[in-house]
Design a protein around this ligand. Sequence first.
Ligand code: SF4
Ligand code: SF4
Ligand code: SF4
Length: 193
Amino acid sequence: MSTAVRGLTEAALAERIDALLPQTQCTRCGYGGCRPYAEAIARDEAAINRCPPGGEPVIAALAALLAQPARPLDPSCGSELDPGVAWIDPEACTGCARCLPVCPVDAIVGAQRLMHTVYAAQCTGCELCIASCPVDCILMQPRPAALPAPSAADNRRRYHQHLARLQRRAEAQAQLLAERKLAAHRPPPLAEQ
Ligand code: SF4
Ligand code: SF4
Ligand code: SF4
């Protein structure tokens, strides 16, 4: 471990490691997202060469931080090549909206029963939306040359906004459920008794 991180708590070390990761939340490392992978590295339970989107530069940064030798990307995690951006076939999309909550950076736009589309500038290529589509109309296409992959800082900000949105929705649904349960126990109006 380098002198820069010696003496840090496990949580503080995980924070430093997480700061070096690309924040696509793609799970290709075998963990539920960048933060869980960072925590596993901090516990010395995961190797530093499991992040395909980060590739060689991230492995080198982690190696320097942790004073470990750099090593090639673990091929069992995937390829370092950019998987491109998701594209939704407008002819096939049914507007079911199942892909919306799955995208960690909210790059998919659309509403129930309306065609959905991917905002390519925000798409990290994590491929998490593909399996959510019941009609298999999400395809990966080469990233347009004019649209560089979003930065880790942008991915992190959008991911936190996404989590906050899901949290707000869960709270609103819980409140609605509580109100409906309460209403179900009210006595019926006098005229109906
Ligand atoms: S970007 Fe890297 S660290 Fe983050 S979830 Fe994907 S593989 Fe894991
Ligand atoms: S649109 Fe699909 S591939 Fe692109 S970031 Fe969202 S979930 Fe990942
Ligand atoms: S999951 Fe597929 S069909 Fe449903 S809205 Fe998304 S792209 Fe369209």
